[in-house]
Write a protein that binds this ligand. Structure first.
Ligand code: ATP
Ligand code: MG
Length: 378
């Protein structure tokens, strides 16, 4: 992973991408602001890919309900969704190529999901290893029905907009175990979508685009505390919206090589989070190479390595912060994008559901009843 040039964001609101180009679907559960881990693991790839497609970004609030569904959690959806869209735009997603939509604002997806659920078996879903763990992680001892159905709803999201492409993590290129695990889990779930699309098309007729997996490396960014993964819930994250002094404070407290008790002791660079961040975000490779060499030789203090990291992160984050502030000052812009995106998506999904019903023969049955009822009335 290398620091990615950040694309400018259009200042005037746009209605969204022109129809006709292949579609991509990706997105997140609205659980909070985005951090450097999100950027490294998915946002950078989205920014790189999204202009090639008509890109749909789902704000998956219904998926969030499978593990977080208290009234307090639900009350946060609006703020979190707006924050995530703001972060994504500030980081470089171009609204001219992006459709942001709120999953719960497209209730037709639930019908699509129900119709698809006949095409998959319970054991098939139970074999997806991440589901049980997700439940346990959320403190649930028994599997909620919604969680078991998570991959079906996820398939419905993808197929509903006739997405041709779904970005996934590359299994084999992921060296770190967590990265491999993250890639494997998500890829398995997209496989369910492909299976169901094929099965539906075979049985009822060609309604669905079978989505292709667009693989990319999924670098997993460690936390500032040295944990293998930066995560909101672990409190070890640097957010895209953190002000410069907060970044400095977080970097000062960062975990480094624990064996290195003072500057004169040779240190380890590999898997040292300070250097992982340098590699990912410092736009001055010569500076990073120099620091690594001196670190290995015991010729540089942690303080200098961290000061340079703070400077590099702030160089990276400054334009993001600036754009975020400009976008946030344009009151109602993010909300408007979500509203128009949700309406746009709903329109597409209604069409897909109508095509499904027609292909399955459900439309014909009701139409038959209607015709008979009308004839009787004459
Ligand atoms: P939580 O602590 O609530 O689980 P989180 O900070 O781990 O939140 P998620 O919402 O679980 O964030 O992450 C959504 C997606 O963002 C993940 O599926 C993954 O693609 C990416 N992602 C999150 N954290 C990282 C990370 N540290 N490195 C790489 N990618 C990440
Ligand atoms: Mg997480």
């Amino acid at each position: 992973m290398t620091a990615t040039a950040i694309a400018p964001v259009a200042s005037t609101p746009v209605t969204g991408p022109a129809p006709g180009v292949p579609r991509m679907l990706t997105g997140d559960r609205p659980t909070g602001r985005l951090h450097l881990g999100h950027y490294a693991g998915s946002l950078a790839n989205r920014i790189r890919l999204h202009r090639r497609y008509e890109s749909f970004f789902i704000i998956a609030d219904l998926h969030m309900l499978t593990t977080k569904n208290s009234p307090e959690d639900i009350a946060q959806i609006g703020r979190h969704a707006a924050d995530m869209v703001l972060d994504s735009l500030a980081a470089g997603l171009d609204p001219a190529h992006s459709v942001f939509y709120l999953q719960s604002g497209v209730p037709e997806v639930a019908e699509l999901s129900l119709l698809l659920s006949s095409l998959v078996t319970v054991p098939r879903l139970q074999r997806i290893p991440s589901l049980k763990e997700m439940g346990q992680h959320a403190g649930q001892r028994e599997m909620p029905l919604a969680l078991l159905g998570y991959p079906v709803l996820q398939a419905a999201d993808i197929l509903a907009v006739q997405a041709a492409a779904v970005p996934v993590g590359r299994d084999n290129a992921a060296h770190v175990e967590v990265a491999r695990e993250m890639a494997r889990r998500f890829n398995r779930r997209v496989e369910v979508a492909r299976e169901m699309a094929r099965r539906f098309n075979r049985r009822y007729g060609p309604v669905f685009t079978v989505p292709a997996l667009v693989p990319a490396d999924v670098p997993v960014l460690p936390g500032t505390d040295g944990n293998a993964k930066m995560s909101k819930s672990l409190g070890n994250a640097i957010y895209l919206s953190d002000p410069p002094d907060e970044v400095a404070a977080k970097v000062r407290r960062m975990y480094t090589d624990p064996a290195r008790t003072r500057a004169g002791v040779p240190g380890t660079v590999e898997a040292n989070p300070v250097f992982v961040y340098h590699d990912a975000f410092n736009d001055r490779p010569a500076e990073v190479a120099g620091l690594k060499e001196r670190y290995r030789a015991g010729k540089v203090g942690d303080a200098e390595v961290k000061e340079k990291l703070t400077a590099a992160l702030n160089r990276f984050l400054d334009p993001i912060r600036e754009r975020r502030a400009a976008l946030a000052a344009d009151h109602g812009l993010v909300e408007e994008l979500i509203v128009t995106g949700t309406e746009r998506t709903r329109h597409e999904v209604k069409r897909t559901v109508a095509d499904m019903r027609a292909a399955m023969g459900l439309t014909a049955a009701l139409a038959g009843f209607r015709a008979a009822a009308r004839a009787r009335g004459r």
